[in-house]
Write a protein that binds this ligand. Structure first.
Ligand SMILES: [Zn+2]
Ligand SMILES: [Zn+2]
Length: 337
């Protein structure tokens, strides 16, 4: 089997190795068919993640076929098409027991702190996989993971059809939020500095798409939702934008933070109190795959239109380099195995 390893900063080697790992009773072996390249992978590729050790097989957005299931596995069987929920928690701590596995103190993610999908076969606990219809192409099924991130964000903010939602940044996560929020029936404003991405946001039903090179965030929000937006997400993930979001929220507004920016922000407690704002963190996803599968089956989202380009595994190095080079116009890169 092939295994694509990141052996150092920006260096991927494809090795030929044997795979003799039989699944334990509660595990499955998946033949990987498609894997998405995520912003997280790009940070890892560039050597920007201190929690990643070399060599590492990256890739947490994957789909494939179950080739072998352990004796106790009930949720899937050999031959099933599946997607992986890459969020691996301890399952026994107080946080996990209360149902918040994605923020478990020892949570890990496949392809980040443990090997992921850029290899022909992977052995994983069966509870991490979900069966999907064979009608869904593997490339599209691989995009379920970023949609699960969006589903978590929308759930944290309790978005309803009554809400006016603004998204800063129309990259993969921003566009998944646009689609998810439109699926719920909310009004959506997308803001970005890339024409290509704003065009995508429009295609996915955003009610207003604003290029913030020409228009300020404040003017864009005021035109879309006078008095502020009910929900606002900084999907670019930088501290200054989180600060902006607080100022752009309507009374009773919810601000969802998904950034890993360590820089502090200025926050006036009086603003939070006066408007009864909620500032909510959202990390990866907490068992949102069933929701995403439902969205896919009901055609509420369009994962196909998220895919900008597809490469074979042999070209993984090139795929990373070109994805980074074309970051302004590229949405999702998929690797087909
Ligand atoms: Zn991802
Ligand atoms: Zn735990």
């Amino acid at each position: 089997m092939r295994r694509a390893k990141l052996v150092g900063k920006q260096t991927i080697e494809i090795c030929e190795e044997d795979f003799q790992e039989a699944p334990k009773a509660d595990e499955v072996v998946i033949q990987v068919k498609a894997v998405g390249i995520c912003g997280t992978d790009i940070h890892i590729f560039n050597g920007e993640r201190k929690d990643v050790e070399y060599p590492r097989v990256m890739g947490h957005e994957l789909s494939g076929i179950v080739v072998e299931a352990g004796a106790d596995v009930l949720n899937v069987k050999a031959g099933d098409h599946v997607i992986l929920d890459p969020v691996m928690a301890c399952g026994t701590c107080r946080t996990c027991e209360r149902g918040h596995e994605n923020v478990c103190g020892s949570v890990k993610c496949f392809g980040v702190q443990m090997d992921g999908g850029f290899q022909d076969y992977i052995r994983v606990p069966a509870k991490q996989v979900y069966a999907v219809s064979e009608q869904v192409p593997f490339e599209e099924a691989a995009v379920a993971e970023p949609f699960s991130v969006a589903a978590n964000i929308l759930a944290r903010a309790e978005v309803t059809s009554e809400d006016r939602v603004a998204v800063i940044g129309a990259g993969t996560i921003g566009l998944c939020i646009v689609q998810g929020a439109k699926g719920i029936g909310a009004q959506v404003l997308a803001m970005d500095i890339s024409e290509v991405k704003l065009k995508k946001a429009k295609e996915f039903g955003a009610d207003a798409c604003v290029d913030t090179r020409d228009t300020s965030f404040e003017a864009a929000v005021e035109a879309f939702a006078p008095g502020g937006v009910d929900v606002i997400i900084d999907a670019v993930g930088i501290a200054p934008f989180v600060e902006k979001c607080i100022g752009l929220a309507a009374p009773f507004g919810r601000i969802v933070v998904i950034s890993f920016d360590e820089r502090p922000i200025q926050l006036s407690p009086a603003v939070v109190t006066r408007k009864e704002l909620s500032i909510l963190g959202s990390r990866m996803n907490c068992k949102r795959m069933p929701v995403v599968i439902q969205w896919m089956e009901e055609n509420r989202i369009n994962p196909k239109a998220m895919i900008s380009r597809i490469y074979p595994l042999e070209e993984l190095q090139k795929a990373f380099e070109e994805t980074i080079r074309d970051g302004q116009s590229n949405v999702k890169t998929i690797i087909r195995l």
